[in-house]
Design a protein around this ligand. Sequence first.
Ligand SMILES: [Cu+2]
Length: 146
Amino acid sequence: MKTAFLYPLAALALASCGGPKEVTVDHGWVRLPVVAGRPAAAYFTLHGGKAGAIMIGVSSPDAQSAQMHQSMEANGVSTMMPLTQVVAPAGGKVRFAPGGKHVMLFGLKQGIAPGGNVQLHFAFADGKTIDYAAKAVAATDPAPED
Ligand SMILES: [Cu+2]
């Protein structure tokens, strides 16, 4: 009976090797504001790669400023607090998604239309940087599927 359990374990070990080797950002998109001039919000998945990574900042050449935030609900009221860093574990990932972690973009450049791109620049504690073009999504459109 015991040997039957070897197969699922082996499959698990293989699956954990499947992520990207280097720190990677994917599934990035930006929710455009309902009213121009209000902040936009960027969402994405951060993969730690083999070694893990600590993201220490996000900026955008398409916005005046950007801040990492964590949304949370307390007593039915939704609030957010700034994050100074986000750790992506080795072999794991962290999702920035509506209702949770997000990057708030203030002063988004005029004229970025749905379907266009918003450039994001990610900085990591070890000096690495990633430039990523996130897809702009209209305020009223559904979130893109993963
Ligand atoms: Cu926010």
